[in-house]
Design a protein around this ligand. Structure first.
Ligand code: RTP
Ligand code: MG
Length: 148
């Protein structure tokens, strides 16, 4: 099983999309093993987006992600990293396919609603930035035997 980090960005929280976004992952059969609401500090945001440091959008990105509460979760399932990325849709929401989270709820690259880790190393790093090991739950859903 694979684990990946998701963040419902401030615009997703402000627009009342938390439930709908989490429902998509649950309905697909992915399992939430960690979930919390917080407002990111500039230091945490800079660490999280360190790979983008120096890019023209970096300052605005950090300012935006720290501007209000976010929902941070860890999603588990077979191939969860790629599956979540597919369900998110293209980074530029204007080009995201209908049926994806960005394609259904967003218009702009800078307000694209959701973050998802982009690979196994990134996922491990990002999960450890936001969650202590004891905040991640190891449990089995009754439905799992009907999914796998
Ligand atoms: P994310 O990290 O949020 O899951 O999104 P991503 O992998 O699809 O996109 P990434 O290239 O990692 O960029 C991180 C976030 O920065 C904002 N961005 N703005 N104005 C721009 O050209 C630009 N490029 C990226 C987006 O909000 C993107 O999600
Ligand atoms: Mg990214």
């Amino acid at each position: 099983m694979e684990r990946t980090l998701i963040i419902i960005k401030p615009e997703g929280v402000q627009r009342g999309l938390i439930g709908q976004i989490l429902a998509r992952f649950e309905q697909r059969g992915l399992k939430l093993v960690g979930l919390k609401m917080l407002q990111m500090s500039p230091a945490l945001a800079e660490e999280h987006y360190a790979v983008h440091k120096g890019k023209p959008f970096y300052t605005g990105l950090v300012k935006h992600i720290t501007s209000g509460p976010v929902v941070v979760g860890v999603v588990e399932g077979r191939g969860a990293i790629k599956m979540v990325r597919t369900m998110m849709g293209a980074t530029n929401a204007a080009e995201a396919a209908p049926g994806t989270i960005r394609g259904d709820f967003a218009l702009e690259i800078g307000y694209n609603i959701i973050h998802g880790s982009d690979g196994p190393e990134t996922a491990a790093r990002e999960i450890s930035l936001f969650f202590k090991p004891e905040e991640l739950l190891d449990y089995r859903l009754a439905s799992e035997s009907w999914l796998y």
